[in-house]
Design a protein around this ligand. Structure first.
Ligand code: ZN
Length: 65
């Protein structure tokens, strides 16, 4: 596994439920939080990324108020 590659992770928009894809940079640290706009409804969501010791990302998505 090449750790310099971006990891595509799918999530459902908390606003409209449409599937979105975000690219996680594994070299950016094991805790990353950023805001992304939905590709379908353009409303912002907070993406919280946690990467465990094995390099497996977990993504929690919440609507940005
Ligand atoms: Zn949406």
């Amino acid at each position: 596994m090449n750790l310099t590659e971006l990891l595509p992770v799918e999530y459902s928009c908390p606003w409209c439920g449409e599937p979105n894809e975000t690219l996680i940079d594994p070299t950016g640290g094991d805790r990353q939080d950023y805001v992304e706009d939905c590709a379908a409804c353009c409303r912002p969501s907070t993406i919280s990324v946690r990467i465990d010791g094995g390099g497996v990302p977990t993504v929690v998505v919440e609507p940005e108020s």
